[in-house]
Ligand binder design. Structure first.
Ligand code: EPU
Length: 305
């Protein structure tokens, strides 16, 4: 692997419109502010550079992960021995065409939400405050009580691991699960929205903001909900009833505002967060017989989901 990885470095450096860095700590790219180094951190700026990079990585046998906003991921302290891909520039652009909104896989959902509001397009209000990227949203069917991305998705442009472009235009609206094959890299998504009155769109967004501010920790280093809601009771209520709010492992604690959020209150490691997650899941299983499933994606741990 060492020899091939060196070759991959040389070949990746030659890809046009891509920028390669090596051994970069991922703590600077995750909202929990934890995570060890990536062997390669590759920023790709165009669809062609994405295709070329995927071909090089496949050829060299280098494992790959796409990092969006780093807001739903726990990277181990040992880091990731493959290549981490960041999608920028034309792969992070947001454009409106009539009632369609096109967003690159690397575009922040927040940018798409504000662009939709500016164009008086309704249908994306539910996403106000979701911190991820469009690619991340497609890979998790990001949503809130008011809806999820599957409902407005018309098509996804993706690239497979061998660098072949793929278009997907049928999606199943499943709770917090990937809407396209997880082996694909989402280059961009087209959303179908509808023209509406700006004041009504803004009104729905204000409601979302108020509800979120009242129930979730604000301005804290978190990764959103840690566990998926199991059938029946929401994970947050179960965790709360176990008395877990405020419980701490190292620098990680269960939020006092919402028991399904873990806050890095300073100096947490990924091992602290993982140990706290394990403790939370254990307590819920003990008290309620319910096995919680992680919503955050675990990277570089033995038991990745
Ligand atoms: N609750 C408690 N104690 C708590 C937290 C919640 O009793 O500490 C109760 C609440 O009172 C409420 C219920 O649990 O009756 C559900 O809580 P909430 O309304 O906060 O919603 P949630 O199910 O915990 C989901 C999404 C969030 C999304 C919110 C708002 C999941 C796992 N989480 O949270 O998404 O923002 O709805 O729509 O589906 C995320 O996925 O990262 C995320 C933040």
């Amino acid at each position: 692997m060492a020899g091939r990885a060196r070759d991959a470095g040389a070949a990746l450096r030659k890809v046009r419109d891509a920028y390669l860095e090596e051994r970069v700590p991922l703590s600077g790219f995750t909202t929990w502010r934890t995570g060890g180094p990536a062997r390669y951190l590759l920023t790709v700026n165009t669809r062609q550079s994405l295709i070329d990079s995927l071909r090089v990585l496949r050829e060299a046998g280098v494992p790959l992960m796409v990092l969006g906003n780093g807001s739903n991921v726990l990277v181990s302290d040992a880091g990731f021995s493959g290549a981490v891909l960041k999608l920028k520039e034309s792969l992070a652009a947001v454009e409106v065409d009539g009632e369609s909104l096109d967003a690159g896989g690397g575009a922040l959902l927040g940018a798409a939400v504000s662009r939709a509001l500016r164009a008086s397009l309704a249908g994306l209000e539910f996403a106000l405050g979701i911190p991820g990227t469009m690619g991340g949203a497609v890979m998790t069917n990001a949503g809130t009580f008011a809806g999820s991305i599957a409902a407005s998705l018309s098509s996804v442009e993706a690239v497979d691991r061998s660098g072949e472009p793929v278009t997907i235009d049928r999606f199943e609206d499943v709770y917090r699960a990937a809407l396209v094959d997880e082996e694909l890299v989402v280059a961009g998504a087209r959303l179908g929205l509808t023209h509406a009155d700006g004041a009504s769109i803004r009104g729905r967004m204000d409601k979302m903001r108020i509800r979120r501010e009242g129930s979730q920790p604000q301005a804290a280093a978190t990764a959103g909900s840690v566990f998926k809601n199991p059938p029946g009771e929401p994970a947050g209520r179960l965790l709360d009833q176990c008395g877990l709010k405020g419980k701490t492992v190292g620098g990680a604690s269960v939020s006092d505002a919402h028991a399904n959020f873990i806050v890095n209150s300073g100096g947490a490691t990924s091992a602290d967060i993982k140990a706290l997650m394990d403790m939370m899941a254990r307590e819920v299983e003990k008290d309620f017989g319910v096995r919680l499933e992680a919503e955050v994606r675990l990277v570089g741990f033995e038991e990745e989901r």
